[in-house]
Ligand binder design. Structure first.
Ligand SMILES: C[S@@+](CC[C@H](N)C(=O)[O-])C[C@H]1O[C@@H](n2cnc3c(N)ncnc32)[C@H](O)[C@@H]1O
Length: 316
């Protein structure tokens, strides 16, 4: 029904444009084809808006990593979260190189609980700014920084439409965020836009050919009697927020093709190694057994290129 109403609206718009002599090309094509092209675009926009609303709802119900925040005070909770994060994921600090923010204008897109944001803040940036789609993440990060007595301009905002002028930052960092946004390519164009010439982007998005992907396929494809279930659907439906995407190294290079130079590498994650609280929402006796028997040494040695993390460094 809504689709039909939209078609009718578009027919009225079409009639108006034809009578007024407007030259907007899709409406000047063959009547039916023209209408359906515009309707398809509108539908695409609406579907993306709906998906973004469900992504926001998902992350507003619980920010990433809250499971690691234990203690009776905010300080204790944020400290325990940071300890767990950097002991499970030591590669974050290696990639972020927080000290490189010193004296620069730094933006973090998708701050989540704010552990990395606190590291940027500790390292003396000239200015620090953070955005996240959810008020919950912004509240966490504000509280964490207030405890540490550090400053940042923190805003609820959308990676696909960053509320900053062109060429505002020297460094843009985003860890595990842009693959959740419906239009990841648009979010990366925004990162490029807000960077100054020579500025650096450090972005982690998910890698499609990963051990996590294979494990999810076993659980929701093979063992559930759907061996034909594709990885795209698996990531979209069973890994974090709805519509989550994962990319090949080649896809990632294309996503940052507008930068002057870039480097894309992969990294085994704690998920690939079945460590920490990974797999909480996929609990089963089999997962418990797999966690005990998982051949981590073999994976590190022979399957190091099948990590879930795609690390992108790009210079504008
Ligand atoms: C997996 S969490 C990662 C958070 C943090 N970077 C970390 O590593 O813990 C994903 C975060 O991305 C945010 N997010 C998703 N889509 C976004 C968008 N379009 N713009 C800004 N933030 C977004 C979510 O609200 C959520 O806080």
């Amino acid at each position: 029904m809504p689709h039909m109403a939209l078609e009718n609206d578009l027919r009225r718009v079409h009639a108006y444009h034809c009578v007024s002599g407007d030259t907007y090309s899709p409406l000047h094509r063959d009547h039916d084809t023209g209408i359906s092209m515009v309707a398809k675009q509108e539908e695409g926009v609406r579907a993306r808006d709906e998906l973004k609303a469900s992504v926001q709802e998902f992350w507003d119900a619980a920010s990433c990593g809250e499971v690691y925040a234990s203690g009776s005070t905010d300080r204790e909770r944020y400290e325990s979260h940071a300890r767990a994060r950097y002991s499970l994921e030591p590669y974050i600090a290696d990639f972020a190189m927080f000290a490189s923010g010193r004296g620069r204008d730094v933006l973090e897109v998708g701050v989540g609980m704010g552990a990395d944001h606190a590291e940027w803040a500790r390292n003396g940036p000239r200015t620090l700014t953070g955005v996240d789609l959810t008020p919950r993440a912004i509240d966490h990060t504000k509280t964490r920084l207030a405890i540490l007595n550090r400053a940042s301009r923190l805003l609820v905002g959308d990676a696909e439409n960053l509320p900053f002028p062109d060429e505002s930052f020297d460094l843009v960092y985003s860890w595990g965020v842009l693959h959740h946004s419906p239009d990841t390519a648009q979010a990366i164009r925004e990162v490029h836009r807000v960077l100054r010439p020579g500025g650096e982007a450090r972005i982690m998005i998910y890698h499609s050919r990963s051990i996590v992907g294979a494990l999810l396929w076993m659980r929701y494809g093979l063992l559930a009697g759907h061996p034909g279930l594709g990885l795209k659907k698996i990531y979209a439906e069973h890994l974090e927020s709805p519509g989550t995407k994962a990319y090949s190294v080649r896809d990632a290079r294309e996503l940052v093709a507008m930068f002057n130079r870039s480097r894309v590498t992969t990294q085994l994650s704690f998920g690939d190694l079945l460590m920490g609280e990974v797999g909480q929402r996929h609990r089963s006796a089999l997962l418990g057994l797999a966690r005990r028997l998982w051949p981590r040494w073999l994976i590190r040695r022979r399957f190091a290129n099948y990590g879930l993390m795609l690390l992108i460094e790009a210079v504008k």
